[in-house]
Design a protein around this ligand. Sequence first.
Ligand code: BES
Ligand code: MN
Ligand code: ZN
Length: 501
Amino acid sequence: MEIKVEIGSVTEVSTELLVVNLFEDVGQPGGATGAVDAALQGAIADLMAAGDIKGKEGEVTLLYPRGGVSAKRVLVVGLGRRDALNVHAVRRAAAAVARKAQELGIESLCTIVHGAGAGNIDPEGAAQAVVEGTVLGSYQFTAYLTCNDAIRKPLAGLTLLTHDATSLPALQAGATAGNAIAEAVCLARDLTNLPGNDLPPSAMAARAQEVAAQCGLTCTVLDETQMQTLGMGSLLAVGKGTDQPSQFIVLEHNADRSDLKPYVVVGKGITFDSGGISLKPGQGMEAMKDDMAGAAATLGIMQAVAALDLPIRVVGLMPCVENMPSGKAYRPGDVIKAINGRTIEVISTDAEGRLILADALGYAQRYQPQAVVDLATLTGACVVALGTVASGLLCNDDALAGQLEKAAGESGEKTWRLPLWDEYKQQIKSDVADIKNSGGREAGAVIGGIFLQNFVDYPWAHVDIAGMVFSHQVEGWRVKGGTGYGVRLLVAWLRQQAVQA
Ligand code: BES
Ligand code: MN
Ligand code: ZN
């Protein structure tokens, strides 16, 4: 999408679609909306008086100006209550507008920056939210659609309009960042939506190489022989049942800055999770094509970090493996050895995510990282606990947990902290190995974290995103399919770290 920020007047700008807004609890249209209303001889005030526009969040009302303003169409979007306005409401409103514009078949639109003048949001954050909402709300995954009427015309252009020249640099900065971040989310969504047959680990690696070449990241892909040499017996065990070779993808931003301790992001990349020999029930198994959403988000995060050129060192690790049953597959009862020498008794071959993460987290130790955050669709138990509203946050460092909770508030990608108390450790004690990979049904999401803790010796957070990566409905900036959850959360976190660096 081509994004511009322009100084101009709402009544004089020529555009296919001009977007203004309305609060729910404001009697008269004010500001830019007031100016448009006056030029339209009170048409908006009339709609309000008739009770046909209420300003409710996401409400969109289309008007034809009949020459009253230069725009061909005017769209009034509701922002909800003025005192409840925040960047999340702005992002949702922009998403509703984008979808309406697409419905109309419009290719480009011009909007005021919702909230930029309202006082409780800074103009930069408002511009970022408008761009994110527009790009993410109009996202569609069309790779496999062959009948054209199912496909909406993509939005090609977005202009942010301001009358205040002094706000221009802030709006420009917000718009640029918003676009970089939203594009990264779309990358993660695309990968999440791709089915297992078209996105085996080798395709993830090819895609990572491509992204790295485009945005100037360093990318190294370790094959199974190299992983063997490193002692990644835990990851390799998971990949034994499939014909698809496992891949360990390493991305780096500011790789040459060995003076800086890096932040490391790790993403679970199970390109399809059948459960292996502990085969999952058939019903709903198709959903397990999204079991690589953590790795997809990691690639998106690295792309955004490069685009924003954050002045910090960041490493992205994407362990990518397909989990399949076969005569070569690993089995329940097997004992395997991870990169740090820990032995693991396999109870369930369906608790495979923690096995590939064990080696990835162990590998991360070589960087002496400042902090490591893993994103993983790890447990159904986390979905039972928190649903599709928040991810589970398990963290061995209160300062890091606080940073991530702040980033969650800023991005609107919610997390909820769960404990890592020592009492849980007995649940994964094994009689034959150091630990076992499943502790049964109780506290499933916590046990995932307790298991992974065996492979870290640095500040670390595990974000269980199992409930967050796929949406079955359109709501705000989320559309059906892959959500790209985690990209905006961790980019917000890394931007904070960059400010402090
Ligand atoms: N990928 C699944 C977790 C999952 C389940 C994500 C449902 C999204 C929706 C993971 O590999 C898995 O199978 N976990 C097991 C762990 C258990 C065997 C300890 C689970 O949740 O049942
Ligand atoms: Mn599984
Ligand atoms: Zn899985």
